[in-house]
Design a protein around this ligand. Sequence first.
Ligand code: SAH
Length: 357
Amino acid sequence: MDMDKISDEKPDIRSLNLEKLKALLEAMGEKGFRAGQIYEWLHKKEAQSFDEMTNISQGLKEKLKDRFCLKNLEAVKYLEDSEDGTFKYLFATDDGNIIESVFMSYEHGYSVCISSQVGCRMGCSFCASTIGGRVRDLTSGEMLEQVYMMQRLQGKRISNVVVMGSGEPFDNFDNFTAFYEMLTDKDGLNISGRNITVSTCGIIDKIRELADRKYALTLAISLHAPNDTLRKKIMPSANKYSIEGIMSACDYFFERTGRRITFEYSLMAGVNDSEECAKELSNLLKGRNCHVNLIPVNPVKERDYSRSRDTDIIRFKKILEKNKINVTIRRGLGKNIDAACGQLRRSYMEEKKFTGK
Ligand code: SAH
């Protein structure tokens, strides 16, 4: 049960699925149907306190407070990009950590990007989230609460969720899967798996495990290089997980779920944006049912990378297209507000002399 807790204290009630909540309530001598009522308050009505639960008796509310905790997030800062309606939020967890989440408006609806860990230990050389290492995993309840908070703050129904903020979701796999199951739960927000994307740096065994669970979500792989030699220079995880192994796990995922894979490729000037890289990437992906998302790198001040020139970005895209590979250049939402992974959190912590530990 460790995954339902932040420490050895009371279980966080928002991290419990309906079945677990029912079992715990029954063990307390309560009627099983109460679990449904409480679950609805937490996951449909986005309650932040037991006191809001008007159809629950005072006596039961007191028992719930004794037995469980409710880990809320507090919005400590937000920035709005008035040009495109993107909001970036910094939330404080109840133990004083800072995480970031993003709200985005698209033609087809509202989408949020959430974090899966406080910090990250994957060490990608271009990414701000990993600079202070991983502080801790987020619970499934804290992942859900990011979605619920933004829905509440914006007063808008969220239709898409991407797990692409700080952290490596497959390094926090049990909490991620619990989160996914509750987010898609008909008794909760009931978001379709098709509208959920999870991004990983390529943790092979977890890609296979996800495939076995037949989750109908979109899997995004952070590839960023067409061969292991270059990939190892920018992503330490490449020392453990080869591109060949990742590709075979992706093929397995496609076989089991029928879901097309997205490959993310952050373009860094003079590092991975050459004509040769584009050709090598084309050869790697040719014939695969996939999509490539080119992301002009968002320069991080602590890091030494710069954005590829527009002409190089276009050349890269054209080479992939010539090889009949689906490719888009990511719409740079939130450019004006430090929207790259972990940048806002870092600048906030510096400003507040926060260590995050
Ligand atoms: N750990 C997961 C998810 C978080 S990062 C993963 O590796 O996929 C989400 C995406 O943004 C990843 O593709 C990541 O490599 C990319 N990214 C991180 N920092 C970036 C930056 N400064 N510029 C462009 N892309 C970045």
